[in-house]
Design a protein around this ligand. Structure first.
Ligand code: DX5
Ligand code: ZN
Length: 221
């Protein structure tokens, strides 16, 4: 798959939570494609963020695609809640699922897109058998749990490998990259094969988020 323009997905985690609606409006006016919602449970990752209640509040005030990233153990227990909250796509972690195929089918049974994320230490090859069933793979370029971390360069090789695998097995599958994405590394991420860039700090802490989004969206492979 070759997206005509790079998709940008601001991570709400880096927004000003005292002004959630205006943060969403900033993303929407900047032409962001997805609103990335980072859900953390304090078990799969060391941090706790928010749950379906906040995702529902976010979904109620935007037309952007609600991209829910579940960094939680046993995600099957909460998938329906996040669908009801308004998620259009739900990504679970390969490392958090004992029966990944079942979980992916379960997500799809609600008519939403299914994604799988892999941590920096998880090889791309662990996704080979499930790749034809996926709408999205989210390559973590930091260890999940916190915004504002430094990009781990080995993610680039993994994106490249995943890109060549999907060309063989599932060309319409989207490759997204999450963690430490900046304007400095965005081009190499896109050149490696990424279609969608998640940007927390780089978007919400930018002097001009709309200009940042425009420059990232203009990147092509
Ligand atoms: C990390 C989250 C990311 C993070 C991105 O656990 O999944 O989505 O918030 O934030 P930045 O762009 O600041 O790394
Ligand atoms: Zn995320």
């Amino acid at each position: 798959m070759q997206a005509s323009s790079t998709l940008i997905a601001p991570s709400i985690l880096s927004a000003d939570f005292t002004r959630l609606a205006s943060s969403i409006e900033i993303a929407e006016k900047a032409g962001a494609d997805w609103m990335h919602c980072d859900v953390m449970d304090g078990a799969f990752v060391p941090n706790i963020s928010f749950g379906p209640f906040i995702v529902q509040a976010i979904a109620s005030c935007t037309k952007m695609v609600i991209d829910t990233h579940l960094m939680i153990a046993e995600p099957d227990r909460y998938i329906e809640d996040f669908v009801k909250a308004g998620s259009h796509q739900i990504t679970v972690h390969q490392e958090a699922c004992s029966h990944l195929h079942r979980t992916v089918q379960f997500i799809r049974s609600f008519g939403v897109k299914a994604g799988v994320s892999i941590n920096p230490a998880t090889p791309v090859s662990t996704l080979e058998a499930i790749l034809p069933d996926l709408d999205l793979v989210l390559v973590m370029s930091v260890n999940p749990g916190f915004g504002g971390q430094k990009f781990i360069p080995s993610a680039i090789g993994k994106i490249r490998q995943l890109h060549s695998m999907r060309m063989q097995m599932n060309p319409s599958m989207v490759i997204a990259v999450d963690g430490g994405v900046t304007e400095e590394n965005a081009q190499s991420v896109v050149s490696a094969g990424a279609d969608a860039l998640i940007a927390g700090t780089a978007f919400f802490k930018a002097a001009d988020p709309a200009a940042t989004a425009a420059r990232i969206k203009a990147l092509t492979r």
